[in-house]
Design a protein around this ligand. Structure first.
Ligand code: URP
Ligand code: ZN
Ligand code: ZN
Ligand code: ZN
Length: 504
């Protein structure tokens, strides 16, 4: 470029610039340790026009630029939470965080993009998408959608194609929630085949819904009506069974698969086995599964126990430990939240029957801090691995990279500054969600997101949000993500050749 720098050249210690960077105003984040998934180094980050313009050591301060001193702090890509349910109609209730309050909470915790699960309206995907577009009009940050597929017919197949054209590249299938969202194996297989045609990524909620429904009735009839019945009626091997089944059906069809909220060793073992065999399976952990344990569901105070009710259930500590190890070891790649919040009044619908406690826990605001505390402060993950799990891996899976998930010239200016020394306490009294409780209540965390920059604007600093209703953008996600689909066709050809070779 005209100032003689090497544009877009990779390499430690180099300055990276956009060729036509604006020379006036913007934000210079100075003196921090820039952390990407592939390396960390001392560098400045220059932002202007909503994009990262330059990354490098000792950048000149452009005229009119605001300087943020990040010395001693980590400068990282904003978090991407690929699993949220804002304003979700579910189990006769509506999740109490909407696209405004949920995203405000996200930004206060350093997450600058989320991917929400749009649900069909009475099985109608097109209408469901329209409903979610309306809900999202109040957004304050970047967001995308997955779409759930809850039945199968020609219209669903057509709607999937239309939605891919609109910027959706992933579809979720629930193997649980019998009588509501659950699909049969036949419907799942049809959905997998369609995803493959469209270059979309199928996602599954792995629990055997028929078995769960049967066992919920048994536990209830045995006289267990409280929240502990939720845990007892959904044993981990039912998660393992459904996860293994979906993985095998994806193998049959030769389609990549994304397993949402892996909560147990049983499901983890299925993901590990498939990956070891070379299958393209992505495993998602959620913050609650990594960091909490099931004991609180036995709390005699209903309001306390009910706030931990989510599906698949939060499990015993040995499961959580295994999930942490799997995340550190790369068997699981992503940490999301499954943020689906129902306040104490909403949860109380299940006071006399655990089966109608609306399922879901908070996390969109806490995720980065919980993962930092649980994984980085304990030495299980490096800051780069943290960035990969909380941002970069999602950008890869959903074809957002390098627009998102990396601090590099040309990428969106979604940036956080994290002070690894600052201490804070998580509490419902100070969080930004509309929830009246918090599953991490009282957690003391070392390491705090001090500044969040979203779309090139400082939206969180000095514990204060600066957000604007309606400023959020729908981010299109294109199909045929190279990291998922480059090899699929070749694998099909090899399989065909192999099958023919057996013909005498
Ligand atoms: O309990 C949960 N997970 N609620 C949200 C819906 C889902 O299964 O992801
Ligand atoms: Zn330059
Ligand atoms: Zn789910
Ligand atoms: Zn979910």
């Amino acid at each position: 470029d005209e100032d003689g720098h090497c544009t877009f050249t990779e390499g430690q210690g180099k300055e990276l610039h956009l060729s036509s960077e604006p020379k006036y105003g913007g934000i210079l984040i100075q003196g921090g340790i820039v952390v990407n998934a592939d390396m960390q180094r001392q560098a400045d980050v220059y932002i202007n026009g909503g994009l990262i313009q330059a990354v490098g050591p000792d950048l000149k301060v452009p005229e009119g630029a605001r300087v943020i001193d990040a010395s001693g702090n980590f400068v990282m890509p904003g978090g991407i939470d690929p699993h949220t349910h804002l304003e979700m109609p579910f189990m006769g209730q509506e999740a109490c965080d909407d696209f405004y309050s949920g995203q405000a909470a996200a930004l206060a915790g350093g997450t600058t993009m989320h991917i929400d699960f749009a649900l069909p309206s009475n099985g109608d995907l097109a209408q469901g998408f329209l409903d979610y577009e309306k809900k999202a009009a109040k957004s304050v940050m970047d967001y995308g959608f997955h779409m759930a597929v809850t039945t199968w017919n020609d219209k669903v197949a057509q709607d999937m194609e239309d939605l891919v054209k609109k910027g959706i590249n992933s579809f979720k299938f629930f193997l649980a929630y019998k009588g509501a969202l659950m699909v049969t194996d036949e419907q799942l297989l049809q959905g997998f085949l369609r995803c493959k045609q469209l270059g979309a990524l199928p996602q599954i909620h792995g629990e055997n819904g028929d078995a769960v429904a049967l066992w919920q009735q048994k536990i209830f009839d045995d006289g267990i009506t409280g929240p502990e019945g939720h845990a007892l009626s959904r044993p981990s091997f039912l998660e393992g069974e459904a996860t293994g089944r979906a993985i095998r059906l994806a193998h049959l069809v030769n389609v990549p698969l994304y397993v949402v909220h892996v909560m147990s060793k049983d499901a983890l073992d299925e993901v590990a086995r498939a990956r070891q065999a070379g299958q393209h399976v992505i495993g998602e952990a959620v913050a609650s599964g990594l960091a909490l344990d099931e004991s609180r569901m036995w709390d005699p105070v209903f309001d306390v126990a009910a706030k931990y009710v989510m599906s698949p259930p939060i499990r015993s500590k040995d499961h959580g430990d295994a999930l942490q190890a799997a995340l550190a070891g790369g068997v699981l790649q992503i940490v999301a939240t499954d943020h689906a919040v129902f306040n104490s009044t909403q949860k109380a619908a299940g006071r006399n029957d655990f089966r109608v406690i609306p399922n879901g826990v908070n996390g969109i605001e806490e995720r980065l801090h919980v993962v930092w505390h649980t994984m980085v402060n304990t030495g299980k993950m490096s800051p780069s691995e943290f960035v990969r799990a909380t941002s970069t891996a999602s950008a890869h899976a959903f074809n957002l990279y390098p627009r998102k998930g990396v601090l590099a010239p040309g990428s969106d200016a979604d940036v956080i500054v994290l002070d690894p020394r600052a201490e804070h306490v998580i509490s419902a009294r100070t969080h930004h969600s509309r929830m009246d409780t918090n599953v991490y209540e009282g957690w003391k965390i070392q390491g705090k997101v001090e500044v969040t920059i979203s779309q090139g604007r400082v939206v969180w600093e000095n514990d204060t949000l600066h957000i604007q209703r309606g400023s959020g953008r729908f981010v299109r996600m294109e199909p045929f993500s190279p990291s998922l689909y480059e090899g699929i066709h070749k694998r099909d050809l090899l399989r065909q050749a192999e099958a023919k070779a057996h013909v005498v």
